[in-house]
Design a protein around this ligand. Structure first.
Ligand code: MN
Ligand code: MN
Length: 463
């Protein structure tokens, strides 16, 4: 039976993003395969330093050379630059001269977590603990009674770096924040959910044995110090020369009876970091020079000299411009940037907070987020119609299904991304990324088809 006039009109005029599996069933296997590399990447990237190290190894294998000032490169040449161990800038020189603009793809590689306080170690009632201060937006109660691993770097007085990933290797003990048993949880149950576990209750249990010396006052604390000294050669003062953090000890896993999803810590925003990185590594002779940046500190406002509020990226662009004798302002105003970050996938269980027509859904492809912000788009980059046209154009030309997304109902909450900082630099910018369920939880979810098609969108952008 033929289509009715109304159906034909509907097809012609209406926009209805479809479930990718319905339109591209053959791609499911490829998406599942692509997720294997992604899961390995996540397991090696629990903190930004590790992510940079792992990504640099991948880049070197793909032929990237360390960037140096004054390099004379030609189209197709690939360079990388590391800022303070926590940012990675990757460049593939394009066919067009730099002053026609760069295609930026920027994702953040820091994720919410539990940082140690500068002076963290204490004992009480024959138990040893770390005091902590959480990093980024978390629901604190989610971080109790889950296995935690200790990651980070300690600098010795002599300037030697000691890197830790305690709790990750097979057979390693893990650490944990305790919670109250329900039998004694009556008054705790009356607290607001946001105070189910309070900030100062995020204490991490380290041990329950003393050193064998009755003359020592804090034998349980000393026991932990002696173990750390044996293992890493450090003393208590070295905590003040460290960046140590607790992250979920669990590895990335497949989720669903249909194996369609990835469950892991830190997918905001390592899902965009990985897909951007893969697209960058594979870009051969792009029209425009591509610059893929993996950045830090997004979760606490992009502050510091490894966050996007700093001039670190600008200085790198200045060095790049110098190589070709171009003016930075010409490059920037002709550039196009994907601020590649995740959006909240529609969660039917909590449908109240979403406005369905402008929400992103699992398996509907990369999410184009025109604006973020709070209370009337406050703090948002708010991409222009022209920018939307260009980015939608790249995706449609490559046959990549995509969807739009908004971060929940108007005035329900909100958030921001690094888009505003690229906008401040005079670059046309829009957010594009993957829809995530349980965002900022210790165990976040993405759909494999979305991960795969976000990579494909980035490939199209780098063509
Ligand atoms: Mn993010
Ligand atoms: Mn986030």
């Amino acid at each position: 039976m033929g289509k009715t006039e109304g159906q034909k009109l509907e097809e012609k005029l209406c926009f209805k993003p479809k479930h990718i599996a319905k339109d591209h069933p053959k791609e499911i296997e490829k998406a599942i395969e692509f997720a294997e590399g992604y899961k390995t990447f996540l397991d090696h990237s629990k903190i930004e330093r590790e992510c940079v190290q792992y990504s640099v190894a991948m880049a070197e294998k793909a032929g990237y050379k360390p960037f140096g000032r004054g390099i004379k490169g030609k189209s197709g040449d690939k360079f990388y630059y590391v800022n303070r161990g926590k940012n990675l800038f990757l460049v593939t020189l394009g066919k067009k001269p730099l002053n026609e603009g760069i295609h930026f793809n920027i994702a953040h590689i820091d994720s919410p977590r539990i940082d140690l306080k500068p002076n963290p170690l204490y004992e009480t009632e024959e138990l040893a603990y770390f005091k902590t201060h959480y990093y980024g937006g978390i629901k604190k109660y989610q971080w109790a009674t889950i296995p935690l691993a200790l990651h980070g770097r300690i600098m010795t007085a002599e300037g030697k770096a000691i890197d830790l990933d305690f709790g990750e290797k097979e057979g390693d003990p893990v650490l944990v924040i305790t919670d109250l048993l329900p039998h004694l949880g009556r008054s705790q149950g009356e607290r607001k959910l946001s105070e189910g576990i309070k900030g100062e209750e995020l204490n991490v249990l380290l041990g329950s044995l003393p050193v064998e010396d009755t003359e020592v006052k804090e034998a349980f604390k000393l026991k932990i110090l002696s173990i750390l000294h044996d293992q890493y050669g450090i003393t208590e003062k070295d905590f003040m020369r460290s960046e140590l953090t607790l992250v979920p000890a669990q590895k990335a896993v497949d989720v669903g009876l249909d194996n369609s999803m990835v469950g892991a810590y830190g997918q905001d925003d390592k899902v965009c970091a990985y897909t951007a990185l893969m697209a960058e590594l594979e870009s051969k002779n792009p029209e425009y020079t591509s610059l893929t940046a993996l950045v830090d500190k997004e979760e606490i406002g992009s502050t510091g000299n490894t966050g996007m509020e700093s001039d670190a990226l600008l200085h790198f662009i200045e060095d790049l411009a110098e190589c070709e004798g171009e003016r930075v302002r010409d490059i920037l105003r002709n550039s196009l940037c994907l601020s590649s970050d995740v959006n909240a996938a529609y969660d039917p269980t909590f449908s109240d907070v979403y406005e369905k027509q402008n929400s992103s859904f699992f398996n509907h492809g990369p999410v184009l987020t025109k604006y973020t912000g709070v209370r009337g788009k406050g703090g948002s980059n708010d991409a222009s119609a022209e920018t939307m046209q260009k980015v939608i154009g790249y995706m449609e030309e490559a046959g990549v299904p995509w969807q739009i997304g908004e971060l929940g109902k108007v005035d329900e909450g909100g958030g921001g991304t690094i888009a505003m900082f690229m906008g401040n630099m005079d670059v046309d910018t829009v957010d594009l990324g993957v829809a995530v369920l349980s965002m900022h939880a210790p165990f976040e979810l993405t759909a494999k088809l979305d991960v795969y098609y976000t990579y494909k969108a980035f490939l199209a952008f780098n063509k």
